[in-house]
Design a protein around this ligand. Sequence first.
Ligand code: NDP
Length: 313
Amino acid sequence: MSARRHVNVLFSAPKATYEEFHPAICAALQAAGVPARVAGDLAPEEVDYIVFTPNDLISDFSVFPRARAALSIWAGVDKVLHNPTLTMPLARMVDPGQREGMVEFVTAHVLRHHIGMDRHILSSSGWDQVAPKLARHRKVTMLGLGELGGACAQALSALNFYVHGWSRRPRALEGITCHAGPDGLEAALAGAEIIICLLPTTPETENVLNAHTLSLPAAGAVVINPGRGALIDDAALIAALDSGALGHATLDTFRVEPLPEDHPFRAHPKVTVSPHVASLVRVDTSAAVIAENIRRGEAGEAFLHLVNRQAGY
Ligand code: NDP
């Protein structure tokens, strides 16, 4: 009986990521029953699958003639989506561990502003007894109801927030008032007190929060952006914070990363900056997703989490 052919998996990632993920990907492939060789320096003509971080380490995908799919270990693939040499199926990462982490990040930051924690953290004097309204009376709007936004919206709904959501196509999520398409945006934002962005960057979503749309939420509303920096018009955001139209912005993603030290967000008293850590990909859970997709490829089954190039995400 001949031994089963092993698949060659090129793992292209920065050194630290490679060292962190390589053992987990090998173990996950073994657990999935896929004999594989995973390496960072395979001959291009031998590569069956490309597992990669979409950060320009590979600029020309046409040199991999037999590669069946490019599997990103990042959720966002905006940096590679428009590479004309990447014509093979492209899957993005949908990691259950990352989703769990995003729910924790978003819930924590929503509760910070809902409860008014800063008032007590920043002041140790006085006796300012202000009771927050109940969550059921607080309109929270989730821009993006996908893998991450949908899970966060449902976690906030489980805490009794009055949750509205916005997506490209109509959605029905229990406990969420759903809006869709360009016509649904104003209703989603009108009167919202906390707005969370979990959209991809596409030509349609760039600057979705701008001078006009930032005038729609309740006065003093809070914006939380773990999505992408380009979703917000930076100058309009700062103007809205300065005028009091917005009360605070918690920003995890930026047009330029790392955020330059002299960027106005850094010193702004109404901005919280975090360094793109809302939720990182978790090694074990994401390795299992990669292995499952390679198993599917070998079994002739459809890949999971394929990117819709026409929609741009
Ligand atoms: P999904 O692709 O699962 O969901 C995207 C959502 O955005 C969908 O609901 C989609 O609508 C909606 N959307 C896309 N285009 C439009 C549009 N033109 N108008 C209205 N809605 C639109 O993505 P994820 O939930 O997995 O991730 C969301 C983003 O989070 C990623 O793109 C990435 O940028 C960011 N991210 C940030 C991390 C961090 O640590 N800061 C970590 C991981 C991800 P529809 O439902 O109709 O498809």
